[in-house]
Design a protein around this ligand. Structure first.
Ligand code: ADP
Ligand code: MG
Length: 581
């Protein structure tokens, strides 16, 4: 099972880069320290030059014209401190950004590895492409939080710590009073961000519904247009767009209002403390430069406070992103006991023996009710049956995409679970009824399961009746097909998939209505051309076409969850219980 995402888990991953983290934190602390004397410098100048001239330290008072030197010296000090803060801030932000990008990379690879092994049916049910795209943006959100929000908040917290120390040194009573208002701010921002999180979730949900509907409409534009449902569908989507607009407006308005409110509250607090400081200067011996320094520190607190107030909202958003990612991580992975046992790959001529196979989809009626059959090595077996009778499901069971509830499938005499799934799928090639094209050239798509050279590819495309079509393509095998490339007809895609399977080294070939989009004449020519190649391997053909079924050694009829029809073919080894692989 894939490990779920959690705050302690993220922290553990960050802590793995201990050295970088320590350097980044060290830089943040230095930023706080270096910024600290800045607000005190100008009030000190006022003290030295205006209020009590001549009280500056001896080393700053060379004989004659000292004031002329003091001003540029202070300016230089201020400039150097600002430069140091800039450099340290850059270093700290870079270090954090580096850490977050590493973490994003680790999360992305973990996410991709999980998707690679998720059960096919669970992935399709969960929404395939949609959850993949959402997963990547959620991981980015986590990375940005760690790289930007958290790093800024860290600098802010350390700056506030330094300011607190400076204020305490200036006047303990005022400092305590100032820092007593902190909890109030934190409670306010946590409460506000809870409200934002809810609004943000609604905004994201509305935007996701719109994206899903739009990508569905774009993918099935043809279906919508030919059924004249396009207009109604798009009008319904406009309602979704309006809802996305409203929820987005609500979120933006609430978050801006809260931010403005908190700035006003902060300013009122600053006013209060300024009045208090003047009062202390009048009645409790606070000097004027100390009072000015205090004012400067109060203003210096504004940005760190705002940075810290972003933190709870960030925590909630990251929590929501982690919850969504965990939904994907909760998708069941394909059990692969063969991989755990380091089992060897199947070899030699392939034969299959299915006994007492029963299967039903979750919540569905029994689909396969204890069926048994054998496909001997080198045989060509046909399966037919009404639509929805479970033919494709049976093939998914043979490839380990699904697990039977009862019964057993043996390959070369050994249970399927004996083999690693990757080896099994190299050994058994399946051509589905609706094969897909991956983005790439024609050559890439035909060579998905083999390393065939161009001559072999061209020969196979000729067998698959694609020769004249290929000749019409100016770029030949280099023609880009699939997403972003040339569109192909259903029959062309089917024939490319058949060519790919025949070029693969698989010992067992399975065709699931793989010629359903071809006209009878082309199909017959294709079957004639590839029949000698099929005879070199073991083949299962699911089809309704009599022209193909007539050429099989046996044809089973799947109906009512059971196989009927042809006499059962027996693998010779079965009779002697030989389990030679
Ligand atoms: N992933 C799935 N989840 C639930 N039911 C499914 C799934 N795939 C297929 N079915 C149902 O199982 C039945 C058999 O489907 P299938 O094996 O594709 O039939 P066939 O290939 O014989 O036309 C159908 O009723 C179909 O609705
Ligand atoms: Mg089917």
């Amino acid at each position: 099972m894939t490990e779920r995402l959690s705050w302690p888990g993220l922290l553990r991953q960050l802590v793995r880069a201990r050295r970088h983290l320590a350097l980044a934190n060290g830089a943040a602390f230095l930023v706080g320290l270096v910024s600290l004397p800045m607000p005190a410098l100008i009030p000190k100048l006022v003290d030295w030059l205006l209020l009590r001239p001549g009280t500056q330290p001896a080393w700053l008072a060379p004989a004659g014209g000292w004031a002329a030197l003091l001003l540029p010296a202070c300016l230089l000090a201020l400039l150097s401190m600002r430069l140091a803060v800039l450099v340290l801030n850059r270093f700290q932000a870079d270090a954090f950004m580096g850490l977050s990008k590493d973490l994003v990379f680790q999360l992305r690879t973990g996410f991709m590895r999980h998707l690679e092994h998720v059960r096919l049916h669970a992935l399709e049910r969960a929404g395939g492409a949609m959850i993949a795209a959402r997963g990547i943006s959620d991981i980015d959100l986590i990375g940005n939080f760690l790289g930007a929000t958290l790093s800024r908040a860290l600098v802010a917290a350390l700056s506030l710590l330094c300011i607190a120390a400076a204020l305490l040194w200036l006047n303990a009573w005022l400092a305590v009073a100032i820092f007593l208002i902190y909890p109030g701010f934190i409670v306010f921002s946590v409460r506000a961000s809870r409200q934002f999180t809810e609004l943000k979730m609604r905004e994201m949900q509305a935007s996701e519904e719109l994206t899903q509907a739009l990508s569905n409409a774009a993918e099935h534009a043809r279906t919508l247009r030919v059924t004249s449902r396009s207009q109604a569908y798009f009008r319904a989507m406009e309602a979704l767009a309006a809802s996305a607009r409203d929820t987005s407006r609500q979120f933006a308005s609430a978050s801006t209002a809260a931010m403005q409110k908190s700035i006003v509250i902060f300013n009122v607090c600053v006013d209060l403390f300024q009045v208090a400081a003047v009062g202390m200067a009048c009645y409790f011996g606070l000097s004027v430069p100390e009072m000015l320094t205090m004012f400067a520190y109060l203003w210096l607190m504004l940005n760190p406070m705002l940075d810290l107030m972003q933190l709870p909202g960030g925590f909630f958003s990251v929590g929501a992103a982690m919850a969504r990612l965990n939904e994907v991580f909760a998708l069941e992975r394909e059990p692969d006991p063969g991989r755990a046992n380091g089992a060897g790959a199947p070899s030699g001529a392939g034969w299959l023996c299915v006994s007492g196979l029963a299967f039903s989809y979750p919540g569905g009626a029994p689909l396969l009710a204890g069926l048994s059959f054998t496909v001997p090595a080198g045989a060509l077996v046909g399966i037919r049956g009404p639509s929805g009778s479970g033919k494709s499901t049976l093939l998914d069971l043979l490839l380990g995409f699904l697990c039977p509830h009862r019964g057993e499938i043996r390959l070369n005499g050994l249970p399927l679970s004996h083999f690693q799934l990757a080896d099994l799928r190299r050994y058994i090639a399946l051509v589905p009824q609706k094969p897909g094209l991956l983005a790439g050239t024609l050559r890439d798509n035909v060579r998905l399961a083999s390393a065939a050279d161009d001559a072999a590819i061209l020969r196979m495309l000729r067998h698959c009746q694609l020769e004249s079509w290929l000749a019409s393509l100016p770029q030949g095998l280099d023609t880009v097909v699939g997403p972003g490339g040339q569109a192909l007809s259903g029959g062309q895609v089917q024939r490319l998939a058949i060519a790919g399977a025949l070029l693969s080294p698989a010992s067992i070939l399975i065709f699931d209505e793989a010629t359903s989009a071809l006209d009878l004449e082309t199909e017959e020519r294709l079957v004639d051309a590839i029949m000698p190649l099929l005879r070199e391997r073991t083949t299962i053909v699911v089809s309704h076409r009599l022209s193909i079924l007539a050429a099989t050694d046996a044809t089973y009829e799947l109906n009512g969850g059971r196989l009927q029809g042809s006499p059962t073919l027996m693998q010779p080894q079965l009779l002697t219980q030989d389990t030679d692989v």
